[in-house]
Design a protein around this ligand. Structure first.
Ligand SMILES: NC(=O)c1ccc[n+]([C@@H]2O[C@H](COP(=O)([O-])OP(=O)(O)OC[C@H]3O[C@@H](n4cnc5c(N)ncnc54)[C@H](OP(=O)(O)O)[C@@H]3O)[C@@H](O)[C@H]2O)c1
Length: 387
């Protein structure tokens, strides 16, 4: 028997809801039953625009509804903590926009509140749910040297010159020990005055808004936190509009981050191992109308181009051409994953499937905290001293 749909209520009626509400509505097993605004007029307008049954005046009123199982929090960053805690108290599951909160301490509290209330919490960082990201994860598994190589770790030159077979035959290259990650995310001046991105009291600034993606990629690729970071910011009207940072990890891997509200559109990363580097020019969201793709450059100069399996299918005319298939839709994948977590009985599981996403969210925010502290102090920051 099919399980009943997960019914979402939406908090906020801003720009992101234009896209995400449609994604919620088009995810199998998910419905949007209500949308709330601070004003009744705007709630009515949003409900009518999106074909949502209930227009609700006030966020508290939405949390009190029986026809809402989960909420999508699409509010400015400074309000994520407060409304996640309120949603958990009301027994609602939470999908919360990025950046999750203003500080890592807030993120920890939000996750703890969800755990206490036995509701699910997920941040809406959709790129983590793309099929291509799963490929990155698999490729990065080759970043750990095989055991025989590990014993020869001191002989790095030999290691490099050796033609080591791939650790996993399904992966035709080996990344080798991780050396450097760089991530850059920017959009040129896209915001009108009054936008929360330009308001310090609402959690504005490019570090939180776009640095969330770049720091998230660095944490994802390395799997841990750096021991030291140094960041600088270009400020305008009290808001960081461009940030660049360098960082060093305990294993001597390094990383650079760049984000900006005044720089051309960039959403790229490079994950460089000793033996190969993974390059992706649109990791946060595939360029519109283009298949998601990425490249691996080997030390020998050999280049592999990858398109995730769902992005192509064989032309039914038999001409052998590759055509866009049912493209991976990262937002729907994310929503479906949360809906699955809401449905499953986890009592028997020792490690919950959401733990890795919670760790990623907390550590991304810890990294942003350290970068902000470095900007404020105009000096490198040792993370070990902050934990
Ligand atoms: N826009 C995007 O492409 C995008 C992409 C990814 C993530 N996000 C994230 O989604 C969240 C919302 O972004 P957005 O672009 O949708 O913002 P937005 O257009 O400014 O909308 C935010 C909504 O929050 C509500 N709100 C409540 N208190 C507010 C206050 N004091 N000031 C302003 N708005 C207030 C408003 O809805 P009511 O007045 O109707 O209550 C408003 O429509 C942010 O965390 C952002 O980082 C946005």
């Amino acid at each position: 028997m099919a399980s009943s749909p997960v019914r979402f209520g939406v908090l906020g009626t801003g720009r992101i809801t234009r896209r995400l509400v449609a994604d919620l509505q088009s995810t199998p097993g998910v419905e949007v039953s209500a949308i709330a605004s601070r004003t009744a007029e705007r709630a009515r307008w949003a409900a009518d625009s999106h074909g949502i049954p209930a227009a609700v005046s006030g966020y508290d009123a939405l949390l009190a509804r029986d026809d809402v199982d989960a909420v999508y929090i699409a509010l400015p960053p400074s309000l994520h903590h407060q409304w996640t805690l309120a949603a958990c108290r009301a027994g609602k599951h939470v999908l919360c926009e990025k950046p999750v909160a203003l500080t890592a301490a807030e993120v920890v509290e939000m996750i703890a509140a969800a755990d206490r209330a036995n509701v699910r919490f997920l941040d809406a960082t959709a790129w983590l749910h793309h099929e291509r990201t799963a490929q990155f994860r698999q490729w990065l598994s080759t970043a750990t040297p095989p055991p025989d190589v590990a014993t020869a770790a001191a002989k790095q030159d030999e290691l490099f010159l050796d033609e080591q077979p791939p650790a996993d035959p399904a992966i035709p290259f080996r990344v080798g020990p991780l050396r450097h990650v760089s991530a850059a995310v920017s959009f040129p001046n896209p915001f009108q005055s009054g936008d929360h991105r330009l308001a310090a009291d609402l959690g504005g600034g490019v570090l939180l808004d776009l640095g969330w993606y770049a720091a998230g990629m660095i944490r994802f690729a390395h799997g841990g936190l750096p021991e030291q970071v140094y960041a600088t910011a270009v400020m305008r009207d009290g808001i960081d509009v461009r940030v660049s940072a360098t960082m060093r990890f305990p294993d001597a891997a390094t990383a650079t981050l760049s984000c900006g509200f005044d720089t051309t559109t960039r959403k790229w990363c490079e994950i460089a191992g000793q033996d190969a580097s993974i390059v992706c020019d649109d990791f946060t969201r595939p360029w519109a109308d283009k298949p998601a793709r990425s490249w691996v450059h080997e030390a020998s100069g050999k280049v592999h181009t990858f398109v995730p399996p769902s992005e192509t299918q064989t032309d039914s005319t038999g001409a052998g051409q590759s055509q866009p298939g049912t493209r991976c839709h990262q937002e729907r994948e994310m929503i479906a994953r949360l809906a699955d977590w809401i449905r499953i009985d986890t009592a028997a599981e020792s490690v919950t499937p959401w733990q890795e996403f919670h760790d990623q969210a907390v550590q991304t925010q810890m990294l942003l905290d350290a970068l902000a502290a470095s900007i404020d102090a105009a000096t490198p920051i040792d993370l070990a001293e902050r934990v």
